[in-house]
Design a protein around this ligand. Structure first.
Ligand code: FCA
Length: 331
């Protein structure tokens, strides 16, 4: 460990950062926080990092935005943060099972860590204790998705016996499972036929992996004329919608409902003609970025321990209200 980091760690141990020794270390007094995300190209994560940076500009701390698309890249990002003198970082990890190794590296440097969106799990599959987290209330938001689909099926007068569901799954990620489970349960409560739900397991949480997972499932069940689509996020639902288009289904025959309410959904709602992407449950990525950065900042500077787990809520966003919801959520 570099002497500078040792010193920084020692300082972090004290509740008052601006202690008597602080004047000697003027350069180290600057608060520097990392914000590492698994998918730096996705609008959700771009906005989270942007919001954290904006808060830093307001409050006087620096945010270093980094990509962590796999374990190796995350560990290098942490090394990089240490060499810049960072006191901690917020992270949405590329794989929640990396929690222990990420914490090991962070602890070596005396850095504080908060997870956002995807929560670390330990060897037993349960959330890793001791790492504060802020994320969506997955099951509830999933139920909102299921109910929005059921409402729209009714509005279109579809007979549930003749509707197939494309459930794009990612069961290795607990927040993804909670969301699709919530949607399935709500749909079943509303009379959806369980045998008509078809799983398309995706390898990743993006549009292309969802498209690859969805295409064979749609062609294998070509007897169905009406499809509903849900997944952990709108990027994945968009992959499913693109697969129905490629198969030749019309927008009127598809009801896709996503989750996030990010630029990916805005672009879709801005198209001249409606597509099968009917709606999304929007959550404020701005608040996710701001709140986690703020908690970390207060933890580092005032020793205020963040809440163990904060769950955020969503609002249904459709082609007709998306601009209003976007503004309400500060997106
Ligand atoms: C996960 C998803 C993202 C976003 C976030 C809150 O990380 O992959 O798209 O929904 O949770």
């Amino acid at each position: 460990m570099k002497p500078r980091s040792l010193l920084a760690s020692a300082m972090l141990g004290s509740a008052v950062l601006l202690s008597t020794s602080a004047h000697v270390l003027a350069a180290d007094d600057e608060v520097i926080l990392g914000f590492i995300v698994k998918k730096p190209e996705q609008a959700w994560f771009i906005n989270e990092q942007k919001a954290a940076t904006a808060l830093g500009a307001e409050k006087g701390f620096k945010v270093v935005r980094l990509a962590g698309e796999d374990g190796q890249q995350v560990l290098s990002a942490i090394d990089n943060l240490n060499s810049q003198g960072a006191q901690g970082f917020v992270i949405c990890p590329p794989d929640v099972r990396l929690g222990q190794s990420i914490m090991h590296r962070a602890n070596q440097y005396g850095m504080k860590v908060i997870t956002v969106d995807d929560r670390f799990v330990g060897g037993d599959g349960a959330p890793l204790e001791g790492v504060p987290h802020l994320g969506m209330s997955g099951y509830k938001i999933g139920q909102q998705v299921g109910n929005a689909i059921a409402d729209e099926m009714e509005a279109r007068g579809w007979d549930p016996a003749e509707v197939a569901a494309l459930r794009i799954t990612n069961y290795e990620l607990p927040t993804a499972k909670e969301r699709t489970d919530g949607a399935s349960d709500a749909l079943l409560e509303r009379g959806f036929v369980e045998a008509n739900i078809f799983d398309a397991p995706q390898q990743n949480t993006d549009t292309s992996s969802a498209f690859s997972a969805a295409s064979p499932v749609i062609s294998k069940n070509g007897d169905f004329e009406h499809w509903v689509i849900y997944a952990l996020n709108e990027e994945s639902v968009l992959g499913g919608v693109r697969a129905t288009e490629q198969y030749g289904l019309a927008a009127d025959d598809v009801i896709g409902v996503g989750i996030n309410g990010s630029g990916a959904a805005f672009a879709e709602f801005s198209r001249e003609r409606p597509t099968g992407f009917y709606a999304t449950v929007a959550v404020s990525s701005t608040s996710h970025g701001r709140e986690t950065a703020d908690s970390l900042y207060r933890w580092v500077t005032e020793d205020v321990e963040p809440s163990a787990n904060v769950e955020t809520q969503g609002t249904l966003m459709t082609r007709s209200n998306w601009e209003q919801v976007r503004d309400e959520l500060g997106l």
